[in-house]
Ligand binder design. Structure first.
Ligand code: ATP
Ligand SMILES: Nc1nc2c(ncn2[C@@H]2O[C@H](COP(=O)(O)O)[C@@H](O)[C@H]2O)c(=O)[nH]1
Length: 191
């Protein structure tokens, strides 16, 4: 895919590790970063806006886009919950002359890194433990007991993906994790 020298920053982690929090912090610090808004078929949360956090659509509409080859990558991250990076979103960001920042699951992160190669910095956000992850997800209050358990049961396997990433970012103390993330991103986009 054509770009104007833009770079890619990929954040991946198990659900609840804190990647969205850190990505939002980075977007507030770096003018030259633009968030890749993914498409998803999961239900919108009360605080989420269509076109800002995600492009929300039905599972049928998502599958139609898959058939039309509209995605750079996509995954059924949880049963019947599809997530994907639209090629049109990438074009929008490259045309704006900005660097792109992704918040995707670990498989999507590995696939995007493989696709973009040296143009991409892939960062794995590591929580201190699965217990802390559970505590964060419960406090976030976005999940039912069923969806929370589904996310936790996937997390242990997802933690093993850290070795496929360029950097591991420990997210224990949030201020330190944000500062460390800033350093990693600054070094990469200035290189
Ligand atoms: N270092 C931290 N200490 C305590 N709470 C944190 C920390 N980092 C993030 N949180 C909180 O944990 C919750 C999960 O964070 P966040 O939503 O950013 O995770 P995520 O990895 O993007 O999850 P998902 O994949 O489900 O979107 C949020 O409520 C966030 O405010
Ligand atoms: N492979 C992809 N994964 C994505 C994409 N957009 C988001 N995600 C990941 O899905 C889970 C769940 O997210 P949530 O918002 O429902 O908590 C999380 O790991 C996201 O990073 C995408 O385009 N591709």
């Amino acid at each position: 895919m054509e770009n104007n020298g833009g770079k890619c920053i990929i954040f991946s982690a198990p659900s609840g590790a804190g990647k969205t929090t850190i990505v939002r912090f980075l977007l507030s610090k770096f003018d030259k970063l633009s968030f890749s808004v993914s498409a998803t078929s999961r239900d919108r949360r009360s605080y989420e806006a269509d076109g800002l956090h995600y492009y929300f659509m039905s599972a049928d509409a998502f599958r139609k886009k898959v058939e039309e080859d509209s995605f750079l990558e996509w995954e059924e991250v949880y049963t019947d919950q599809y997530y994907g990076t639209l090629k049109s979103e990438m074009k929008r960001i490259w045309n704006s002359g900005k660097h792109v920042i992704f918040d995707v699951d670990v498989v999507g992160g590995v696939n995007l890194k493989r696709y973009f190669g040296d143009k991409a910095l892939a960062i794995f956000v590591q929580p201190p433990s699965i217990e802390v992850l559970e505590d964060r997800l419960r406090k976030r209050s976005t999940e039912t007991e069923e969806t929370l358990l589904a996310r936790l049961s996937k997390a242990e396997h997802e933690m093993t993906f850290s070795k496929h990433f360029d950097k591991i970012l420990i997210n224990d103390n949030l201020d330190k994790a944000c500062a460390d993330a800033c350093e990693m991103v600054k070094e990469f986009i200035e290189s």
